[in-house]
Every structure is written in C-alpha cells, then in structure tokens.
Write a protein that binds this ligand. Structure first.
Ligand SMILES: C[S@@+](CC[C@H](N)C(=O)[O-])C[C@H]1O[C@@H](n2cnc3c(N)ncnc32)[C@H](O)[C@@H]1O
Length: 285
C-alpha cells in the first residue's frame, strides 16, 4: 500500500478527482456545511486541521477551508506514500487562509509515533476508511477522543456499503502482504472489543461489490478516462476495498462517544452515489 502507483504523482487518481466519480464535489459542500458551526464557535482563534491519508491533492478539505476566508487554518496532513507527501506539501495550492501546512509521512491509522499530539478543530478523512476493519475504525475513534478539541468535528467522505447489504470481510493477506492497517498487538493493548458486523458473506464476492466495481469502470471510461487507468482503479478496488456500512460505522463511533450525522448520495444522479456517503461526527451531544 505504501507506494501504490494509482496514488502516485503519475497515477490515475488525479483523473478520479477531476471526473468526480467519487463525489468529491458533493463532499466539499457537505464539509462546508458541517464546518460552519465549528468555525462560528471558535471565533477568531486559529483552527487546526488534521487530514488522515491526505494524498497529493487534498482538494476536499482545501476547498472547505477556502470557503471560510475570514478564518485562519493550520493544516497537518499524513500520508504513507512519500511521493504524495512531497506533492501535497510543495505543489498543492492551498488557499491563502491556510497559514501553516505540514505533511507528515506515516501511517494515519496509528498516530502515536507521529507529531500530532495537539488538539484539532477538524479531523478529516477522505477515501480511506473503506480499507479498515471494524476494530481499526474503533481504534481510530479512540485515538481521536484525545485529538479533537471540545466542539471539534471528525468528517469522513468515503465509500460505504449500502446499509442493507452483507459485509464482505477483508482477507488477512492482500497481494501476499499482511492486510492489517494497525498491528494486532496495538489493537489488543488499546482494549479493542470484538466487533462483528451483522450479516456477512465469507466465500463469494457479494453482488453489491461486483456492481460497485463495474459502475466505477464504466463511469471512468464514459467520462474520458483511459482503459489502463480504469483497469488500475478497479484492480485496487477489488483487492483493497471492504467497506463497512454507515450504520456499522455510526455504531462503532457511538461506542466511543461520537454522534454521527450521515449524508448518503443514493438518490444523486452520480453512478457511484449508492456507495458514497459523508459522515460528520461530533462528541458529547
Ligand atoms: C484514495 S487516496 C485519498 C486522497 C484524499 N484523502 C481524498 O479524499 O481524495 C488514498 C491515500 O491514502 C494514502 N494511504 C493509504 N494507506 C495509508 C495509511 N495507512 N496511512 C496514511 N496514508 C495512507 C495513499 O497513499 C493515498 O495517497
């Protein structure tokens, strides 16, 4: 996963962003809406933002911050791919009200060893939660408890399986490598409970997932993507994507004291709409 070609400078992910197949434009609007009360409650103080698995083009969060020109932001991104770290920190055009930009190389699922000990007004995660197990999501919630300011927001724009569809669990090995994002010993030390989503299928790829992958391939080609790029995207999805549903993530985060406002895009005209949602998580309400 470290330096997947799809998410490198010359990779195809830039086309996914431009073509809006994963509803980044809708996510910007939802993020602005969710951020509004946070900005208002923090008055003139600087808002610290933490972006997990930021990639080289952190467009969603950048546009959301840019929508509040009267506010000042300090941004910290984390990405595991050094190529994306360089791109985000030296080439990506953040808006003028972002007065500090740090991009750290590391594992965004295990924050302990990274220089992110402060409290943040906003933690953002775009298109990364769908690689995680229920236990890893719980662990993320636990880590965010001490990293969000009172009144802070955790905002997710991600692939979520439709709520009524069965879970297809992530295999232990992906492409011959251990698939875990967090070492099991770290999860055990944190006291992660056993969390099994309800109905699940183990053997055959469920129909919803075949549909999800096919819709992506078709839409990329229809929007002018090249065959090799569309193929590389679905190869990544087939091997790495094991999304939870919004209902499952809501339940897990609730057990860590987070309240979720979920926006689904099932009814949008976008072909991938049924598989994308935004979730705004706040604590203590
Ligand atoms: C699909 S892109 C998402 C980019 C951006 N956040 C967005 O919303 O479009 C996924 C990014 O996650 C990074 N990534 C994957 N696993 C990671 C991990 N464990 N820790 C940090 N970054 C990771 C990849 O290098 C890639 O840049």
């Amino acid at each position: 996963m470290r330096s997947e070609e799809l998410f490198s400078r010359s990779g195809f992910y830039g086309f996914l962003l431009k073509s809006n197949v994963l509803l980044h434009r809708e996510a910007v609007q939802a993020a602005i809406h969710a951020l509004q009360p946070v900005v208002e409650s923090q008055g003139r103080s600087t808002l610290r933002v933490l972006d997990l698995a930021c990639g080289g083009w952190p467009v969603t969060i950048a546009e959301a911050m840019g929508a509040f020109p009267q506010s000042v932001f300090k941004y910290t991104g984390i990405d595991i791919n050094p190529d994306q770290v360089v791109l985000a920190s030296s080439r990506f055009p953040f808006p003028d009200n972002v007065v500090e930009c740090r991009v750290l190389e590391g594992n965004a699922w295990d924050l302990e060893s990274l220089d992110v000990k402060r409290r943040y007004s906003l933690v953002f995660s775009g298109m990364n939660l769908h690689h995680a197990s229920p236990q890893e999501i719980w662990f993320l919630g636990r880590q965010l408890e001490t990293r969000l300011r009172p009144g802070g927001l955790f905002f997710s724009h991600d692939v979520y399986r439709p709520d009524h569809e069965p879970y297809w669990p992530r295999p232990e090995l992906i492409d011959g490598e251990c698939a875990q994002l967090v070492p099991p010993a770290r999860l055990a030390a944190a006291g992660v409970p056993s969390l099994s989503p309800g109905k699940q299928v183990d053997v055959f790829e469920p129909a919803w997932r075949v549909d999800y992958v096919q819709r992506m391939h078709r839409t990329l080609l229809e929007r002018g993507g090249d065959q090799a790029g569309a193929d590389s995207t679905v190869r990544h999805m087939r091997s790495r994507d094991y999304p939870l549903s919004t209902a499952e993530v809501r339940r897990i985060m609730k057990s860590r004291g987070f309240h979720a406002k979920v926006q689904r895009y099932d009814c949008s005209a976008e072909p991938l709409g049924p598989f994308v949602a935004t979730c705004a998580f706040t604590r203590g309400e």
